[in-house]
Design a binder for this molecule. Structure first.
Ligand SMILES: O=P(O)(O)OC[C@@H](O)[C@H]1O[C@@H](OP(=O)(O)O)[C@@H](O)[C@@H](O)[C@@H]1O
Ligand SMILES: [Mg+2]
Ligand SMILES: [Zn+2]
Length: 178
């Protein structure tokens, strides 16, 4: 069984400027490469779990997302970090168009993407860690059975009750990877 570092994307890997889909708007968060390198050294595989309702909302296309993802993975490769897989949810239950308008199992706070990743990559969730910036990340992680949950402070934190280890900035997450 593998253990994984699950990473949210917007707000954790890159600064969440709102529905980012172009390289020029993709700004890496300070400390992300160091966090990934530390996790890799300890034997974690790295999986990205991201809601991309911008696709369903018609702001950008799946092709735009895949192009940006390809580029993002290259940047990690240049830093010596291998991203094993990227899971995304293009849906939204009320704001999306056409077939994207659905209450799916993959959109966080639902655990669908984490569960698919666990199955496809033989991941033991109990040995894994999820780092996110929204309560919905922590809810998805909890529902998937991940105990080691780290919530990085962001303007999204509405201080709802959620069991997570709260940290001020991404670089503090390294302490929870062991
Ligand atoms: O943080 P992750 O899961 O990687 O991605 C979140 C994004 O898809 C977007 O999610 C949106 O929320 P809604 O999807 O509209 O609720 C907003 O928060 C956007 O600012 C944000 O860019
Ligand atoms: Mg986020
Ligand atoms: Zn979905």
């Amino acid at each position: 069984m593998n253990k994984a570092l699950f990473l949210d994307r917007d707000g954790i890997i890159n600064i969440d400027h709102g529905y980012v889909y172009r390289q020029e708007d993709f700004e890496f968060v300070e400390g992300i490469f160091e966090l990934c390198k530390a996790a890799q050294r300890l034997g974690y595989i790295i999986i990205v779990i991201t809601n991309q309702s911008g696709i369903g909302r018609g702001r950008y296309t799946e092709e735009d997302f895949h192009q940006l993802t390809h580029w993002m993975k290259q940047q990690f490769t240049h830093q010596g970090v291998h991203i094993t897989d990227v899971y995304f949810c293009p849906h939204h239950p009320t704001k999306a168009k056409g077939n994207y308008l659905t209450s799916c199992e993959c959109r966080k706070p639902n655990p669908g993407m984490v569960l698919s990743a666990a199955k496809e990559h033989k991941i033991d969730v109990k040995q894994s860690i999820f780092v996110g910036d929204k309560i919905s990340d922590m809810q998805a992680a909890e529902a998937a059975g991940i105990h080691n949950r780290v919530l990085v402070a962001s303007h999204y934190d509405d201080h709802k009750q959620v069991e997570a280890q709260r940290i001020a900035k991404l670089s503090d997450a390294i302490a929870f990877v062991d």
